[in-house]
Design a binder for this molecule. Structure first.
Ligand SMILES: Nc1ncnc2c1ncn2[C@@H]1O[C@H](COP(=O)(O)OP(=O)(O)OP(=O)(O)O)[C@@H](O)[C@H]1O
Length: 267
């Protein structure tokens, strides 16, 4: 299962090279550039409508770019279908709504593992590996701290538990590059703090790209921050450097930090 971790092929786990996406007449992604090193945790931030979801859709294969390249460990993946990109080692978070609500936590993780194995192993290898499979499910349950909730149906989990399960299903494939879309959205402050730790642990040794609006999460999780404004990456640097960047302050961060400070003060 760890076959995808630290695969060979260049220092960059993920690269966007002059990436562009047009919808009709509007160019939404306008020459985005990004080079994410293997093992790095990157937060993608930017104002509403900047193109963050579109960028995720281009990376994960839901959309093909109009031009430019997406590279995974040096290999071009732009234009490939999502399942092939997944097979090459990039996983995007399952949404809560994609959990199998009438299956237990254990069975959900097992399904995610089977699904990823189905592509790689013949049926006979698969049968021979069933013991290993259950061990791997146990391991993942521990990692996402749901081992004691293993027999609970997904529909009966708390919101935070369901999001943890979603992350477990995302990493079950053994992917080396993980995309998460606002992983702590809708959580309380204390749940968020715990969840940041959980994400740090389960993504250890992997490359993480996460879209995030909550600056507490961004600064708690990211090694580097990429700032997307009008479809362009205007800054990509350490949290300290991005916070001090005048362009970023002006385009986005100044207003967001002020807003979140006010929200924090009134909460
Ligand atoms: N399939 C599509 N067809 C046409 N326009 C689209 C499509 N998908 C996104 N857009 C447009 O692209 C722009 C960027 O949207 P996107 O959802 O990528 O931004 P975002 O940064 O994720 O925003 P938010 O932070 O509000 O989620 C928006 O103006 C949106 O209307």
């Amino acid at each position: 299962m760890s076959g995808h971790l630290n695969p060979p092929g260049g220092a960059y786990a993920l690269e966007l090279l002059d990436l562009r996406k047009r919808f009709g007449r509007s160019e939404i992604i306008r020459g985005a550039q990004l080079q994410v090193r293997a093992g790095e945790r990157v937060a993608l931030i930017g104002p509403n409508g900047a193109g963050k979801s579109t960028l995720f859709n281009l990376i994960s294969g839901r959309f093909a770019p109009t031009s430019g390249e997406v590279r995974l460990h040096g290999r071009r993946i732009d234009g490939l279908p999502p399942y092939q990109i997944n097979r090459l080692g990039l996983a995007r978070s399952f949404q809560v709504s994609n959990l199998f609500s009438r299956l237990s936590v254990f069975e959900n993780i097992r399904c995610a593992l089977l699904w990823s194995m189905g592509y790689r192993y013949s049926f006979w290898h698969f049968l021979a590996g069933l013991d290993g499979l259950n061990d791997r499910v146990e391991e993942l349950l521990e990692q996402i701290q749901l081992d004691r909730r293993r027999d609970v149906l997904a529909m009966n989990l708390t919101y935070a538990e369901a999001r943890a399960l979603e992350i477990g299903m995302t990493i079950a494939s053994g992917a080396s590059v993980i995309l998460l879309d606002e992983p702590t959205a809708g959580m309380s402050k204390s749940e968020t703090q715990r969840f940041i730790q959980l994400i740090r642990q389960v993504t250890e040794g992997r490359t993480l790209l996460t879209v995030e609006h909550d600056m507490g999460v961004v600064f708690g999780l990211a090694d580097r921050i990429a700032v997307l404004v009008y479809g362009e990456v205007i800054a990509f640097d350490t949290p300290e450097a991005v916070r001090a960047d005048a362009r970023v302050q002006q385009a986005y961060l100044g207003s967001v930090l002020a807003e979140q400070a006010t929200a924090g003060a009134t909460a």
